[in-house]
Design a protein around this ligand. Structure first.
Ligand code: SF4
Length: 351
């Protein structure tokens, strides 16, 4: 397919900009398929500055596929706790076990890469181009935004003709001599310049960009409407005994499966009686009249108002492997839910 602009000029302009603007990031050193893989998974839906310390801790503990494959899910979730979207961590572990079971490193063939559990087209293209120098164009949300604006693609880029068009443009624009560097430069432009509110004056493509020329930056890409926000009220029982907090592990077939949390439930209103009634099936508690801690938490389109109540435990002390009493220090090192981690911070424990 021919491009509606001078491809060579676009390529050299972007690569020269990247040479000047690229950030030093830990996953850009000592590049291996595994290091790229972990970084790409962590960076999905998450900002670079949040990912960096998690990435460094993760790589220090699990330096290669074999080390990760040998870990338990709980150990992996402990290091992922606070990063959110825990399915990513579980899939990463599944993928590592899949490869370790075959005694293999990350494949170089496209179809074999896609056969690794949890690897989709974007991640496969990123790993194969960045670590192996193979000519696959990576297309994630950032790159869709850049291409839709640069070429003025008005169709919805998430499906049908719009999606095909973006993929064709990405493939046609790809620098086949240095596909890894090219993909990285595209990602960097999407992150630093062609962001939601673009900085067109700093952009190497401002002279060729359809959106900049026609003032349509805010209209492109033409994404479908977001799901409506859902407001949730969540009550949490903060139960302390001899300097330790009562924690419970979530079930296996629920969201945030097997992660540790402070016992709690969704409420209609943040009142103590509701929390007592909501928890009655699992725990008998007497909450203080008013909540003492409050925070906000977001999960996908849910906006959760969290109310922590000081509670006295009544009746039986829960026992079993899904309950534990821990100091705030120790609790901070567990695979905690995001809400539990935020409350722990408010309580003065380790984040
Ligand atoms: S000129 Fe503006 S809208 Fe166009 S690619 Fe650059 S930053 Fe994005």
């Amino acid at each position: 397919m021919s491009l509606p602009a001078d491809a060579e000029a676009l390529r050299s302009g972007l690569l020269a900009w990247f040479e000047r603007a690229r950030r030093e990031l830990p996953w850009r050193e000592r590049r291996t398929p595994y290091r790229v893989w972990v970084s790409e998974v962590m960076l999905q839906q998450t900002r670079v500055e949040v990912v960096v310390p998690y990435y460094q801790r993760f790589l220090a503990r699990f330096p290669d596929i074999a080390a990760l494959a040998a870990a338990s899910e709980e150990q992996v979730l402990e290091l992922w706790s606070g990063l959110g979207y825990y399915r990513r961590a579980r899939n990463l572990l599944k993928g590592a076990r899949f490869l370790a079971g075959r005694g293999a490193d990350f494949p170089t063939a496209w179809k074999e890469a896609l056969a690794v559990p949890g690897i989709g087209e974007y991640t496969a293209a990123a790993i194969l181009s960045l670590a192996h120098g193979l000519p696959h164009a990576a297309v994630d949300g950032n790159i869709v935004r850049v291409l839709a604006r640069l070429f003025g693609v008005k169709a919805d880029p998430t499906k049908g003709p719009g999606k095909r068009r973006i993929r064709e443009l990405a493939a046609a624009l790809l620098d086949r001599e240095q596909p890894g560097r090219w993909n990285e430069a595209m990602m960097e432009l999407g992150a630093l310049v062609c962001s939601k509110r673009p900085h067109c004056l700093l952009c190497p493509w401002r002279g060729s960009c359809v959106a900049a020329r026609t003032g349509q930056q805010a209209l492109l890409p033409a994404l479908p409407a977001r799901r409506a926000r859902v407001d949730v009220i969540h009550g949490v029982a903060v139960i302390q005994r001899a300097g330790r907090l009562l924690l419970r592990r979530r079930g296996s077939n629920v969201r945030l499966a097997r992660m540790w949390e402070l016992p709690g439930c969704d409420l209609v209103a943040p009142v103590a009686g509701e929390l007592r009634t909501g928890l009655a099936g699992v725990l008998a508690v007497a909450p203080a009249t008013e909540p003492r801690w409050r925070c906000r938490h977001g999960i996908t389109h849910h906006r959760i108002e969290v109310y922590g109540f000081d509670c006295q435990l009544q009746g039986e002390v829960p026992v079993g492997k899904d309950w534990r009493w821990e100091t705030r220090e120790v609790a901070g090192g567990l695979a905690l839910t995001g809400i539990a981690r935020k409350l722990l911070r408010l309580l003065g424990g380790r984040p």
